[in-house]
Design a protein around this ligand. Sequence first.
Ligand SMILES: CC(C)(COP(=O)(O)OP(=O)(O)OC[C@H]1O[C@@H](n2cnc3c(N)ncnc32)[C@H](O)[C@@H]1OP(=O)(O)O)[C@@H](O)C(=O)NCCC(=O)NCCS
Length: 157
Amino acid sequence: MSRPDLKIEFIETASHAGLAAALHQQCFAKPWDEASFISAMSIPGTVLVLASQENEPVALALYRYIGTEAEILTLGVLPDFRKRNIASTLLDRGGSYLNERQIETLWLDVGCRNHAALCLYKSQGFEEAGRRRNYYNESGNKEDAIVMRRRISSVEP
Ligand SMILES: CC(C)(COP(=O)(O)OP(=O)(O)OC[C@H]1O[C@@H](n2cnc3c(N)ncnc32)[C@H](O)[C@@H]1OP(=O)(O)O)[C@@H](O)C(=O)NCCC(=O)NCCS
């Protein structure tokens, strides 16, 4: 279910790289820094989606698309704002944005032990398409990545 009260912005330049890095730092154990967002945003077809509540940014997603395919590079919601359908809204609105650009399939990687994210993506219609063994390696703690995909064309623009 989407949250109509959230302000959703689609940003196609590196103008918000610092803000994205600050949000990312609160969402992930191994966050991307500002330079990583600047570098990612320099590639055409990359779009940062920011969600704000009462003018405070609370979540981000980074998509990249080419041809009829797209991927989610990262997605996170600030800890205090989780379980309020904010990630679902970012996925709904991101899907509409991609549908308007004739994208047919959306891909992502998710850690096989990331229970919350796996539940989120399954609830949003993603299906497992493969597995990358030991894809993540945090301080020797290895974790497989599950590759997931979802058809986009069923999302109404
Ligand atoms: C994963 C994450 C993005 C979910 O964000 P969120 O805004 O809390 O998700 P939503 O509220 O939209 O949840 C939608 C559905 O996802 C599932 N879900 C979300 N969090 C869950 C949790 N902690 N446990 C189980 N299921 C969960 C549920 O099915 C939920 O639907 P429900 O509320 O009707 O039960 C958030 O926990 C997060 O930022 N985690 C850290 C960063 C991360 O792991 N990102 C994903 C990298 S691939």
